[in-house]
Design a binder for this molecule. Structure first.
Ligand SMILES: Nc1nc2c(ncn2[C@@H]2O[C@H](COP(=O)(O)OP(=O)(O)OP(=O)(O)O)[C@@H](O)[C@H]2O)c(=O)[nH]1
Ligand SMILES: [Mg+2]
Length: 424
């Protein structure tokens, strides 16, 4: 099964909690604070692996959750950071935030990483809060919550050249001969079930990427055979290379094959036949090949045809030089023009208001990432921690904003599920 679209829920790990603790030693009546900090929560990171070809492993995941950092302890022992979670994906995977529809990352190269959800930082222990004014703080922070989101991963084969042709015409044999690809070759139809990518280096030219697509048959655009689901990958290539078996080993007629292929492509999307293309004539070692080639050229005098024998490396140099030239002359066509804005990895520009105020029944409700984070990191069992929470809110301008909104002394104010009294 070729899985090229998966939605997963992602939760980075929360930070470990800070510790409130005091030194206890014999003969030392008032030991200082020694509560350690919590460890960092696990980040969730996508990483590309060129060995992977589909998103099938992700299909099993559905929900990925990073561990919480270890809590701090007394005697200034800091908690360990949680281990990051890596999600391996094939090259050519794009990651979209389902809620906003924003493309977060377009991972193209091997071993490329993208941190999709950051783990929370560890809460500070009470030692970290010791100051001249407060040498013995009786509070510590809880760990910061990890980021959570739902993402859609899509595999979109990124290639400059797409090999298109009937089953068993020798597409995989060709890509194996000219690139680092390791495509399965077989004497039966539909050996290739998902696209293979090959990286091709040509002396004096920029390297380019070729995609070996599964074989198409007549009616593919209507879902016959493996259907047309792979043609969307062809849509993203700059050059289409039609692969035609000139040996007519299986009783095929190369002229007929070519007509059928062009027809299938045009039925799928007319843009496919408008792309620059060439014809690769394979299996030129077979008896009928020369004769068929002559007929083919006569029938299609305007087609640029490259006869090859891939297993013997014949005709390959001329072919790849020409493909490199074509790719270069097309230049930097952005494959994801509408989807991505800058480089291959995109970062969200976060510019949200620190909080919002709404009135629900008689309660003023405060919402916002920053304010909620502060809430989650406060240990409400510690009065000094609660005091600090109040000071921080004031510092963020909450008191002023509530007053402006019309809040009166004594009104109820809610953050997450905590309700406190407005005192101004
Ligand atoms: N005689 C000869 N046989 C070839 C040549 N190239 C490929 N073949 C054979 O043709 C058969 C099909 O080759 P593949 O490379 O698997 O063909 P494909 O187009 O990738 O096939 P699908 O993935 O099924 O669409 C295999 O048995 C190959 O060994 C060639 O130049 N000459
Ligand atoms: Mg194949």
């Amino acid at each position: 099964m070729f899985v090229d679209e998966v939605t997963i829920k992602i939760e980075a790990g929360d930070g470990g909690d800070g510790c409130t603790s005091f030194r206890r030693e014999k003969y030392v009546p008032m030991g200082g604070p020694n509560g350690g900090n919590g460890g960092h929560g696990a980040n969730v990171i996508f990483i590309t692996d060129q060995g992977l070809k589909t998103l099938i492993d992700l299909k099993m995941m559905k929900h990925v959750k990073g561990d919480k950092g270890v809590n701090g302890k007394g005697q200034d022992r800091h908690g360990a950071d949680a281990e990051d979670v890596y999600i391996k994906v094939p090259c050519g995977t794009t990651i979209t935030d389902v809620e906003t529809g924003e493309v977060l990352a377009d991972l193209v190269h091997n071993n490329e990483q993208f941190t999709v959800a950051h783990g929370g930082r560890g809460g500070l222990g009470n030692h970290a809060f010791a100051t001249h004014e407060n040498t013995a703080p009786e509070f510590s922070e809880l760990g910061e919550p990890g980021e959570k989101l739902v993402v859609k991963c899509e595999l979109k084969v990124l290639a400059d050249v797409g090999l298109v042709g009937m089953p068993s015409v020798g597409k995989s044999t060709l890509i194996n001969s000219i690139s680092n690809a390791n495509a399965k070759v077989g004497a039966y139809h539909f050996t290739t079930l998902s696209p293979n990518l090959g990286y091709i280096k040509v002396q004096g030219h920029y390297p380019f990427i070729m995609a070996d697509l599964p074989g198409l048959i007549e009616g593919a655009s209507q879902g016959v055979g493996l259907g047309d689901k792979f043609l969307r990958h062809a849509m993203r290539t700059k050059v289409i290379a039609h692969v035609i078996d000139m040996g007519s080993e299986e009783g095929r007629d190369p002229i007929d094959d070519f007509k059928k292929m062009v027809n299938e492509l045009s039925l799928y999307d007319i843009k496919l036949v408008e792309k620059p293309h060439i014809v690769i004539a394979t299996k030129m070692d077979l008896d009928n090949a020369e004769e068929n080639l002559a007929k083919f050229k006569k029938e299609f005098p305007n087609e640029e045809v490259f006869p090859i024998i891939a297993p013997l490396d014949e005709g390959l140099d001329a072919l790849i030089v020409r493909l490199a030239e074509m790719v270069e002359s097309i230049g930097e066509v952005t494959l994801y023009k509408d989807e991505i804005k800058s480089s291959h990895v995109l970062y969200k520009f976060k510019n949200e208001a620190p909080f919002t105020i709404t009135k629900e029944d008689d309660v003023w409700v405060l919402k916002g990432k920053e304010i909620e984070k502060l809430f989650y990191m406060t240990r409400f069992s510690e009065p000094e921690g609660v005091e600090r929470f109040g000071r921080k809110l004031k510092g963020m301008g909450v008191d002023k904003a509530l007053e402006e909104a019309g809040a009166q002394r004594g009104d109820e104010v809610q953050i997450v599920d905590y309700i406190f009294e407005f005192k101004n």
